[in-house]
Design a protein around this ligand. Structure first.
Ligand code: IYR
Length: 220
């Protein structure tokens, strides 16, 4: 038995021409999104970051528990600490922890243990996944938190791209140092670190392609 109060759904029906126009223009927009590793120091209005996080917060989540925390970092000293800790972990990863197969797979992207973007990009958004909550004096798990936070991050990336900002989905590994530097509790586990800003004037991206629709979609 549903115990929530139910309200009539607000739903706008679109005519087919408008549906098709919107489908095309949204696809064109998203097709132009690229992962950017070369950033400009140019500042970004904080209101844009706030709006992007608010948009991410509209994502669906398991049992509507909204198991996400977005820590927006703009303090240069905190960014410096994050860069230092990330580069230390990444050095270990690139020089021993990652398999030959993994390194070979990454070679076309030209990544290495140097992460200057962690200081250059004006903002870092560090996304945490909330694993448990405290309620009525007890501990309860969240449900489908990996899926929920993954969806929210996808919406965050789309929102930032739509407002003309560049992003990088960065996962330094292990990421525990983010919990320590940002003082988050044990039930908030780092999920991804997203530098946000404008691309550098001479930013370059690898010449790689997206799989064609025929390869990613099946109809039965
Ligand atoms: N976390 C490392 C390595 C890395 C791993 C994958 I999978 C990538 O798609 C890119 C990089 C780094 O950020 O360099």
């Amino acid at each position: 038995m549903a115990t929530a109060k139910f309200l009539p759904l607000e739903f706008t029906r679109l005519d087919e021409t408008e549906q098709s126009d919107r489908a095309g223009s949204f696809h064109d927009l998203m097709q132009r999104r690229r992962t950017v590793r070369d950033y400009s120091e140019r500042d970004v209005p904080f209101e844009l970051i706030e709006k992007a996080v608010a948009t991410a917060g509209t994502a669906p989540s398991g049992a509507n528990m909204q198991p996400w925390r977005f820590v927006v970092v703009r303090d240069p000293e905190v960014k410096r600490k994050i860069r230092e800790a990330a580069e230390k972990e990444e050095h270990e990863s690139y020089h021993g922890r990652m398999s030959e197969k993994w390194l070979r797979r990454l070679a076309p992207l030209g990544t290495d243990e140097h992460k200057p973007f962690l200081e250059i990009a004006p903002y870092l958004i560090v996304v945490f996944r909330i694993t448990t909550i405290q309620e009525n004096g007890g501990t309860e798990p969240t449900y489908y938190s990996q899926e929920s936070v993954g969806i929210a991050v996808g919406m965050l990336l789309a929102a930032l791209h739509n407002m003309g900002l560049a992003t990088l989905t960065h996962t330094p590994s292990p990421m525990k140092f983010l919990q320590e530097i940002l003082g988050r509790p044990k039930n908030e586990v780092p999920f991804v670190l997203i530098p946000v800003g404008y691309p550098a004037d001479d930013a370059k991206v690898p010449d790689i392609e997206r799989k064609p629709l025929a390869e990613i979609m099946l109809t039965v």
